[in-house]
Design a protein. Structure first.
Length: 306
């Protein structure tokens, strides 16, 4: 969902990720553990960990809270290397707030969205190109939150930096964010997409790339699956950074010319042909996985104080 901030002349981007599941797992990142400056404090039931770029609030054991903040720093570094070719070394100011809610009720209350069934959400405010708010909320009662929802939402934040507050096309914003998800989540999305293809319940390429809001519920799985599939199809032909350039150009000059220049694809009609060709053998479809590229390894599941 995207909406405009009601209190500042800023652009507010809100994205949500829907994953309904249970349980919790935490992730380690070997590089992250190296040298991140941490400050830890308690705030009632919450543990608050600050690093140079993040302020993480959670109700996890302190060791997991620290690990969470370290992973955020490591993921930020890696995602910026992938998506921002001229990234500076400057820290994010303001820091990115990461709030890990113990469950749906706390999450929905914090977002003031009583009927929301998402498990992750990103909010960014921009003022004349400058970022004035970065915030991620995730639900710790969703299994895989730490290796699917959190990396997904963090990717949205990095994309906010890459595009300087200019909204990406919905399919590309979600398509890129999904590349950071776990192998298990990709498998789930792929199974859903294959079912949608079998039922012929998918969007035409023109509908997909022009969608400015979430499609109707019966097409939502198809939208997510097609978005990550199309993003993967194009990235395979070049690099993630080139794909980001393509999106930028398509925003400025239209998608037909951008497709031609970056991928030698003669506009949306030709893209539809490529898509049809690719999906003719759905069993061979795969998504590009930056999660594997980033080399993250799972560690032990931990209990949560609900
Ligand atoms: Zn998203």
């Amino acid at each position: 969902m995207r909406t405009r901030s009601k209190f500042q002349p800023t652009v507010l981007i809100v994205t949500t990720l829907v994953l309904i599941s249970r349980g919790i797992s935490a992730w380690a990142d070997e590089e992250a553990a190296a040298s991140v400056a941490l400050s830890v404090r308690s705030d009632g039931r919450w543990t608050v960990v600050e690093t140079p770029n993040f302020r993480c609030r959670c109700q996890l054991p302190e060791a997991d809270a620290k690990r969470l903040a370290e992973c955020c720093e490591a993921w930020r570094n890696r995602l910026r290397k992938i998506w921002i070719t001229d990234a500076t070394t400057a820290n994010w100011l303001p820091r990115c707030e990461v709030c890990v809610h113990p469950g749906k009720a706390a999450y929905n209350l914090a977002l003031n969205r009583p009927n929301d069934v998402s498990v992750g959400s990103t909010m960014m405010n921009f003022d004349q190109g400058r970022t004035v708010l970065r915030r991620i909320d995730v639900r710790a009662d969703a299994s895989d939150w730490s290796n699917a929802a959190l990396p997904h939402e963090l990717t949205h934040v990095v994309l906010g930096e890459r595009f300087g507050g200019h909204a990406l096309p919905r399919w590309a914003d979600e398509g890129i964010a999904m590349l950071s998800e776990s192998t298990e989540k990709h498998h789930e999305r792929l199974v859903n997409l294959r079912e949608n293809l079998a039922r012929r319940q998918t969007l035409r390429m023109e509908e997909l790339v022009n969608a400015s809001r979430m499609p109707a519920p019966h097409l939502r799985d198809a939208f997510y699956g097609q978005s990550v599939a199309l993003t993967s199809l194009l990235i395979r032909q070049s690099t993630p950074a080139r794909f980001a350039d393509f999106i930028e150009q398509s925003q400025r000059q239209g998608i037909d010319g951008a497709l031609n220049q970056h991928y030698k694809v003669n506009g949306l009609v030709a893209l539809q042909r490529e898509w049809d060709q690719w999906t003719r053998t759905p069993e061979t479809m795969e998504f590009v996985s930056l999660q594997l590229h980033m080399g993250l390894e799972p560690i032990v599941a931990s209990a949560i104080d609900r």
